[in-house]
Design a protein around this ligand. Structure first.
Ligand code: SAH
Length: 317
């Protein structure tokens, strides 16, 4: 194909490129032979080359039987425009999409019509039987030879049980891969004009699950340190415990907090207050889902970064 041909005159350039694309040393003689034969480099004749210019491995091992594969795909936080190009391509090529509650309708609209859609309606903190059922669906579909996209809100490996699904797939010898997504903390904080780190204010960010499991709240002191931002996922219903835990571990009552609901959507809500009011605020916002709690001095920057004329033009107001 003409598009894959490159006219090169200098032997030195050809040697370099041939070495790059074939991952193997060619002798000068081999290089000259190729140059003489073609006068150009035909990437396809040098074997299948991927988009990085590297030779694709494993081509020889391909059998006629179509092997299924599961892609654990991060759909980001709601807004379809925050989907990665890679995630979009995976959705377009999927034969089955298995998705749950956090994947926004705008993203579901991108699934091609011919593609089978399986809603697994997963909610945070459901018992493991439900997860087993999801694992079973993924394994079953892949073993039928399908290209399966397991579409998850945010990033598959941030409180998304992506690791558990990957283990289940490996146990059944099912090939899988992971496509990262923008996790809620990153997306929601930025869209709310809260920088999670800021020079002089916050040197680190910790993502914490607010979902209460045995012993989950034993280590508050590890979370409380100067210059750290905390983001609690699934924390709204645990706001009382979070407030008490942080205050008892020495965090100031005045520490700014924000509750961000429906982040990165046109229904995004951002409520700013101080730590001593967290529980009260979350009671007022009962039912706001999905929602995150951000704790740290960086929250105070929102007021300065979200000035009126900026807010008016904001993407998510
Ligand atoms: N894998 C996801 C997180 C799943 S846990 C990710 O990486 O984002 C579900 C929790 O994520 C929710 O309870 C909520 O705390 C948070 N969340 C997800 N999407 C959100 C959104 N659009 N706005 C606010 N919080 C969100």
């Amino acid at each position: 194909m003409r598009a894959n041909k490159l006219n090169l005159k200098k032997t030195t350039s050809i040697e370099t490129i041939i070495k790059d694309v074939s991952n193997k040393e060619l002798t000068n003689e081999e290089t000259r032979n190729i140059e003489a034969r073609n006068g150009y480099i035909d990437y396809q004749s040098l074997n299948n080359v991927d988009k990085w210019g590297n030779r694709k491995v494993g081509d020889k091992k391909r059998s006629n039987k179509k092997a299924g594969k599961v892609l654990l795909v991060g759909a980001g936080p709601n807004d379809p425009d925050l989907l990665t190009v890679k995630a979009y391509k995976a959705i377009q090529q999927a034969e089955v999409v298995v998705f749950d509650r956090l994947v926004g309708q705008g993203i579901l609209n991108l699934i091609p019509e011919h593609c089978e859609q399986i809603y697994v309606g997963k909610r945070c903190g459901q018992p493991s039987l439900k997860q087993d059922e999801i694992n079973h669906i993924l394994i079953e579909q892949a073993k039928l030879g399908k290209q399966v996209v397991r579409l998850k809100g945010g990033d598959p490996f941030i409180f998304g049980r992506g690791g558990e699904e990957a283990f289940a797939l490996i146990a059944q010898q099912v090939s899988y891969d992971v496509i990262p997504g923008i996790t809620a903390a990153i997306g929601c904080a930025a869209s709310s004009k809260i920088p999670l780190t800021h020079r002089g204010l916050s040197r680190s960010v910790t993502l914490v699950t607010g979902h209460v499991m045995a012993g989950a709240f034993d280590s508050w002191s590890g979370l409380v340190s100067t210059g750290q931002t905390l983001v609690f996922y699934m924390g709204l219903e645990q706001a009382e415990k979070i407030q008490a835990g942080l205050l008892n571990s020495g965090l100031s009552k005045q520490t700014p907090i924000a509750i961000i609901g429906n982040g990165c959507s046109k229904n995004q809500q951002v409520h700013v207050n101080k730590l001593s009011e967290l529980c009260c605020l979350s009671n007022q916002l009962k039912g706001l889902t999905p929602a995150l709690i951000v704790v740290g001095e960086v929250v105070s920057l929102r007021e300065k970064l979200n000035v009126e004329w900026v807010e008016e033009l904001s993407l998510y107001q």
